[in-house]
Design a protein around this ligand. Sequence first.
Ligand code: NAD
Length: 512
Amino acid sequence: MAGHQAHQAQQAQQTLHVGGEWREAVSRATREILDPADAKPFAVVAEGDERDADAAVAAARHAFDTGEWPRTPVAERAALLRRVADLLVRDREELGLLESRDAGKTLEEGRIDIDCVADAFRYFADLVVGEGGGRVVDAGSADVHSVVVHEPVGVCALITPWNYPLLQASWKIAPALAAGNTFVVKPSEITPLTTIALMRLLAEAGLPAGVANLVTGPGHTVGARLAEHPDVDLVSFTGGLVSGTKVARAAAESVKKVALELGGKNPNVVFADACATDEDFDTAVDQALNAAFIHSGQVCSAGSRLIVEESVRERFVAELARRAGRIRLGRGTEDGVECGPLVSEGQREKTEAYVASALAEGAVLRAGGRRPEPSAERPATGYFYEPTVLDQCHREMKVVREEVFGPVLTVETFRTEDEAVALANDTEYGLAGAVWTTDAGRARRVAGRLRHGTVWINDFHPYLPQAEWGGFGKSGVGRELGPAGLAEYRETKHVYQNLAPKPVRWFAGRPQ
Ligand code: NAD
């Protein structure tokens, strides 16, 4: 028995996937993965470093330069992506549970994440087969055949965050594979488990060895090395602004392609007319709650800034605070729990610091603002924090300007449409925002003026795989999903063929 356990422990540390093989880190270092609901370790993974990153890049480079995948017909690549989607559906329960425990989300959210991952694989499979091969360009001569084609970029480094671990990875992996690239993925060091599991499914679906590589380990070693590595052609990063800026700087040295999906400080603008009937009021409050507190606010597009028309503020905020106080916090796998813990102690302390600074700057606490009492479904050691509503906020406050990435909603008010738009756009970010109104003209006007990559009208949070996702301003560079999300992983090539070559005689020297 002891021998069996030792074998399992050793297997558990072989979480680096390099050239089709499972390995431990060169240093043999490991990391415990904690369940944020009780802070207890429930898995052990290899802790890679720069040497492991180099080995993985070498494997991906070799597979790209000499392997079959970049030259595999599009229909076959798409068929493989569809097989991966089927395997995700087969393993939905297991993967959903893993995501729930690793990231601290409810089991239902974990399952939905896996459905969305499968959708991403299917979407990019459909997109590539539906495209046709290249665009013929009229060169103005019957003797010239000119065509613009798209080819894979090469070796892609894919760096992902901890809030939607597998979903964010799939928005990169699916288009990278659909386009014929090879890659090295580096999941967040605190939530690597489902990405490791995906590597197994890719192999089971028949992906050739070396196309998909994975290195678990910290950002400042593995991530930084991938971003600067001269043999990496593209780096696609999802994470915070500070790390994203470092990635962009490192990538600039070798002029590699860069895609950045960074943070957000997302406005949810509510006009009084959207609260005119009891039913509309209930919907707007319910959605504001969902916008701010789903996954404890650890969502890049969280509606963390409520910007509500002055005339309905008191009623709206009172009801919002009442409902926020009733959100059932607990371990995500417990029945009836609506919201899990924060992902780490660091994330909880960061949240607490933002709330403290807001109160010091004059915000009024309407709900939450503390750690909840422990209970049977909420262990004392878990990283729980109550959904928090801060009223009387203004744009000079740190909590209004910076991304908290925790369950904190700030409330600002406006009197005119112009004022609402100015407030909503007064952020260095520009990822997503919403407007609530029953006036169709105003809805379109305001949506047109919001400087955000996604704008919802009378909704919050939905996204579609076929519609681009990404940000204005410091929310990033480039787009994921949609046709542009595939284009990120391609080079464009113009092939000009002269069907009847003749001398050009630009220079004098004629043959004698
Ligand atoms: P983070 O920036 O700390 O880490 C993200 C990833 O980058 C991790 O894998 C980390 O190890 C790695 N990393 C850190 N430093 C690095 C460096 N110097 N070089 C290379 N890699 C490095 O972010 P996080 O805390 O994991 O995630 C939360 C952030 O992600 C939030 O800001 C959130 O808004 C953002 N996010 C954005 C989107 C989007 O679509 N725009 C989606 C999800 C999350």
